[in-house]
Design a protein around this ligand. Structure first.
Ligand SMILES: O=C(O)C1=C[C@@H](OP(=O)(O)O)[C@@H](O)[C@H](O)C1
Ligand SMILES: C=C(OP(=O)(O)O)C(=O)O
Length: 438
């Protein structure tokens, strides 16, 4: 882990003087927006995304599709309907160059799309993107008929030599380091000549809700998908070849990005309302209703949205987060402020996320006086009285929001490079100070 000297600006994390009482409109889901963009680009007719997330990861996805020939018009809908993107699919073209930034969704979902282009597509990104696992996608594309040039490490940078079509068919992959390998192959699967049959052969597969999200969204645009849950074999997903419909989709708020605001209610014994919380969703953030209730809060889904209240007490938790790994930094922050120890399990793969999140959380919480130890697959957190100091973020949006949660309860926490939240959550500092009524 290295700290980028360009990003050493320090943001004084606001300390809460009392219980928060706020309604927070959380921007759209990163995971839904980027799947919707890919599916709309692969469809046989134009489609609409309403209230898309406009953040670094989604703008990189939109720009990448544009460079391959897809048209994306941006506009503002009638009163109250917010912004929209109209996606007009076209023949996918190379040569093109895609900047993936450090977006897992872009680096994994787009190489299979590029295999359908009529020329080479070069993929490059932030230094950290070179370290994140991509072998599952690269090896699978080769088996399915694509030519991919990388430097032999099974990682970025690389070039996919699109041939205008891909044969597809059955492929075995080990997706234990990222569920996004499975999602990537399924999303483009309807456009492969034989569709695709993905068999996960490794140890535990993380982030199952995100795979369900992929399957649900594919089905909503007319794809036929057989899954273990629909009576198929365990660990096998099959997508039948076929045309995809252009749909009109309103993007749900990002429930994982609702996390710091819900945590604020928990930590200050206050109340936060998140409007438009979906009644039914595949987003992993929906699990926060249960997890933060176990940690001392209470919640209710009403006409206003999710109403989440803290009770003043914050309890430790012993929980397997393998299905909802992206919630770990925010849960760790709350756990550091709890009245009893916590064990967070099932998240070894977080070592290969935006940063090594297990090492980063351990180091940063401990530097504020905490007592966190890494385990083979997670963290032990024993709450201690914390003090102020600098909370480094390692270009990880969820480290920055986790630091902000701690800052509510601990005076003089300063967050290095809070701007890194723009990866998925535009205007975080304004939303945060707005919540506090500042
Ligand atoms: O498909 C997706 O949208 C995501 C899947 C998960 O990735 P991993 O399975 O690599 O953890 C999650 O952590 C990431 O934030 C988003
Ligand atoms: C792991 C995450 O992102 P990515 O989509 O880059 O994998 C995350 O947002 O927590």
């Amino acid at each position: 882990m290295t700290v980028n000297p360009a990003h050493t600006a320090l943001w004084p994390a606001p300390h809460a003087s009392g219980a928060v009482d706020a309604t927070v409109h959380v921007p759209g889901s990163k995971s839904v927006t980027n799947r919707a963009l890919v599916l709309a680009a692969l469809a046989s007719e134009p489609g609409w995304l309403r209230r898309p997330l406009r953040s670094r990861d989604t703008l990189l996805m939109a720009e990448a599709l544009r460079t391959m020939g897809v048209e994306i018009e941006e506009g503002v809908g009638p009163e109250g309907t917010g912004e929209f993107w109209r996606v007009i699919p076209a023949g996918l073209h190379g040569p093109a160059t895609v900047d993936v930034g450090n977006a897992g969704t872009v680096m994994r979902f787009l190489p299979p799309v590029a295999a359908l282009a009529d020329g080479p597509v070069r993929f490059d990104g932030d230094p950290r993107s070179y370290e994140r696992p991509l072998h599952g996608v690269i090896d699978a594309l080769r088996v399915l008929g694509a030519r991919v040039d990388d430097d032999g490490r099974g990682a970025l940078p690389l070039t996919v030599h699109g041939g205008g079509a891909l044969e597809g068919g059955p492929v075995d992959i080990d997706a234990s380091s990222s569920s996004q390998f499975v999602s990537a192959l399924l999303l483009s699967g309807p456009r492969f000549n034989q569709g695709v049959e993905v068999r996960h052969t490794g140890s535990a597969l993380p982030s199952m809700p995100h795979i369900r999200m992929t399957v649900d969204m594919l089905r909503s645009v007319g794809a036929q998908v057989d899954t273990p849950e629909s009576g198929g074999e365990p660990n096998v997903w099959r997508v039948t070849p076929g045309a995809l419909l252009g749909r009109d989709l309103t993007i749900e708020p990002d429930l994982s990005n609702a996390q710091p605001f819900l945590a604020a209610a928990l930590v200050t014994g206050g109340k936060v309302v998140i409007p438009d919380w979906p009644l039914r969703t595949t987003q992993p953030g929906d699990r926060l209703r249960e997890i933060f209730t176990d940690m001392g809060g209470s919640c209710e889904l009403t006409d206003l949205g999710l109403v989440f209240s803290g009770t003043g007490a914050i309890h430790g938790i012993d929980v397997d987060l393998g299905e909802v790994g992206e919630l770990t930094p925010g849960i760790a922050a709350v756990a550091a402020l709890a009245d009893s120890p916590s064990t967070l399990r099932g998240v070894a793969h977080l070592r290969l996320h935006e940063t090594d999140r297990l090492a980063a959380l351990t180091k940063e919480i401990n530097e504020l006086g905490g007592d966190v130890t890494e385990t083979a697959d997670g963290l032990h957190i024993r709450p201690r009285r914390l003090h102020g100091g600098v909370f480094h973020t390692y270009e990880d949006h969820r480290m920055a929001t986790a630091g902000a949660v701690i800052g509510l309860a601990v005076e003089s926490v300063r967050i290095e490079n809070v701007a890194t939240t723009a990866k998925t959550l535009p205007d975080f500092p304004d939303l945060w100070t707005g919540m506090l009524g500042a």
